[in-house]
Design a protein around this ligand. Structure first.
Ligand SMILES: [Zn+2]
Ligand SMILES: [Zn+2]
Length: 182
């Protein structure tokens, strides 16, 4: 699979866009950045199935060749370096979100239009103060209702959605399990 050119996010709130989980958006970009900017093959100790294939499609073929050679010489299965980096960044961004958002207009936007995928929404619940927990639960509930209505339309053949660009099923998959590889 291909990864888009990464952009510079200074805060998690810049990743808030309608219809997408901000943590998925932020971390997908973070993942692209790792793949684009990797220079030193020694930084990669191990790779999961998904990130091995992501590497195979990455732009810097010389670095990726060196990474693959290194992993072949060291056949012990180690934890995926990229998954570990994503988990660490995810925890940091959840803390950041919990610290930045209360009492702001951003929070009002999240209440009315925000989305979290189920895995990130659920993890966020354990990171935020009680005052924010209800907001997260309401956002998850609203997203569930909207997606279930859209899925019913697809099931009954009434939907205009033909699945291009992921469509309703793609959105439902993202909501259920986050974006690919996250
Ligand atoms: Zn997410
Ligand atoms: Zn991985």
């Amino acid at each position: 699979m291909r990864f888009s050119t990464p952009v510079e996010y200074e805060t998690i709130t810049q990743a808030l866009v309608k219809g997408a989980c901000p943590f998925c958006t932020y971390l997908k970009n973070f993942q692209s950045k790792i793949l684009h900017e990797l220079q030193d093959p020694q930084q990669i100790a191990g790779l999961c199935n998904f990130h091995t294939w992501a590497m195979a499609a990455a732009a810097n073929r010389a670095v990726v060749s060196a990474v693959f050679r290194k992993l072949m010489n060291d056949a012990s299965c180690r934890e995926c370096t990229i998954c570990t980096a994503i988990k660490t960044e995810e925890a940091a961004q959840m803390k950041e979100f919990a610290a930045q958002v209360p009492g702001t207009r951003v929070l009002e936007w999240v209440k009315s239009q925000g989305t979290f995928c189920i895995p990130h929404g659920t993890r966020l619940l354990s990171q935020v103060p009680a005052s924010l927990q209800q907001v997260v639960l309401n956002v998850l509930k609203r997203s569930t209702v909207q997606l279930q209505e859209a899925l019913e339309q697809v099931a009954s053949g009434k939907s205009e959605d033909k699945g291009q660009g992921g469509g309703v099923l793609g959105h439902a998959a993202e909501f259920l399990v986050s974006q690919r590889g996250l």
